[in-house]
Design a protein around this ligand. Sequence first.
Ligand code: UD1
Ligand code: CA
Length: 468
Amino acid sequence: METPPTVVILAAGLGTRMKSRKAKVLHRAGGRYLIEHVLRAAQTLAPPERIFVVVGYQAAEVRAAVQTAGIGFVEQAEQKGTGHALMVAAETLSGLDKEKAGRLLILYGDGPLVRPETLKGLAAAQESCDAAGAILTAVMEDPTGYGRVLRDGNAHVMGVVEQRAGAPEQLAIREANMGLYCYRAAPFWRHIQELRPDNPAHEYYLTDMVEILHRAGHAIAAFRIDDPREVLGINDREELAAVDRLLRERKVRELMLAGVTVEKPETVTVDPDVTIGMDTVVEPFAQILGRTVIGENCRIGACSVVQDSELADEVEVGQFTIIGTSRLERGVHAGPYARLRMENHVAAGAHVGNFVELKKTRLGAGSKAMHLAYLGDSEIGAQVNVGAGTITCNYDGYRKHPTRIGAGAFIGSNSTLVAPVEVGAGAYLAAGSVITSDVPPDALGVGRARQVNKEDWARKRRELGKNR
Ligand code: UD1
Ligand code: CA
């Protein structure tokens, strides 16, 4: 296509069959809002200033979900059908494509699987036979719910009849309207106000444009695709799950072809923007989300969740480990059962073991916190050993305070570090200490009562009990 088309994406409907208080296009599949998928496909064909989203139900939320710089919006305050959406849009858009070559690509916000190649094919189909429009169709096993494509004796497209309005012999047609159209803008806008809500649903059907243009003497082409799964429209939660599965499969297949081992791929969830390096192994039921970047030769343990994080090469994430907005350098081990909650930076070769929670903490190179610890708002140097049960008391009921631990320090088990507090490099904390003031470098900090043994105490108590 020489000049890019004007793209209109319909996203004003509630989506009654979703049984939701949320607009249908704001439901998510494959890690994105439904509308986002459609918008991305559109952006491969047209610059943002030529893309318009028709919003209505929860307009503000839908706008926010696709707030890409430069795209336009049309407000369809009352949703009286897909055709009505275009009648409303006409005010804003009909002036845009005055030249004869102007084209209009219409997409539905609830069809997230569409690929850019298909949109290009549709536009090319319209162009090649110089038709007034082309509609995307597919022959479906079970087209229930879809509009059926009506053809005349010469197989020319005459119209589309909706499920609710179709006579039995029309509903027996298996060629379905997929809801994507490429029209020449001039005839489309010239005839749009001819739509009438004369159907059982009393809606203005966009699909009636096919018949209107056909009757006015225009040819309408059908661009038939082989696999209707590519353009499934989502109407209910079952279809939402099916589309989510297809999108997930696409992503995981891409990763496998790029050299990532994915065990039991049908159980793994990877968001579309995630990247993973060669020879990394992803175990069953792992979820890798958001903008996560994972290097080569890593292992992401079964049932782990990694979100918006950066993992360098050779990182091992044990089973059931949850990592959010954190950076793990080369060779780090985390988990099993660790939680790296937010904004952590774990330097090369450090180990975070089971039931250790990190929050806004920097753990230096080669440092270890192997068991049962909470390290929050902490700055921990290299080669530090954090004993089991160590807790930073970073919150005093009003504010968060930092803890600093110098390189090479040894934090005895069950230490309680009451922040703000600093343990100097090379210092040693006695196990079970409650540390409320700074410990100088290379010192021993002891913050507990000395042990007292009372000889014979237990035996005497037992005897007392017997004689009572
Ligand atoms: C539509 C087609 C049908 C096709 C199917 C493909 C019509 C009349 N029917 O049916 O032929 O087989 O898609 O999936 O077009 N919308 C608005 N404003 C409105 C109504 C709807 O913006 O007033 C938006 C919705 O938010 C949705 C899209 O248009 O994103 C499609 O609407 P929907 O009600 O799902 O149409 P279908 O009944 O599936
Ligand atoms: Ca639909």
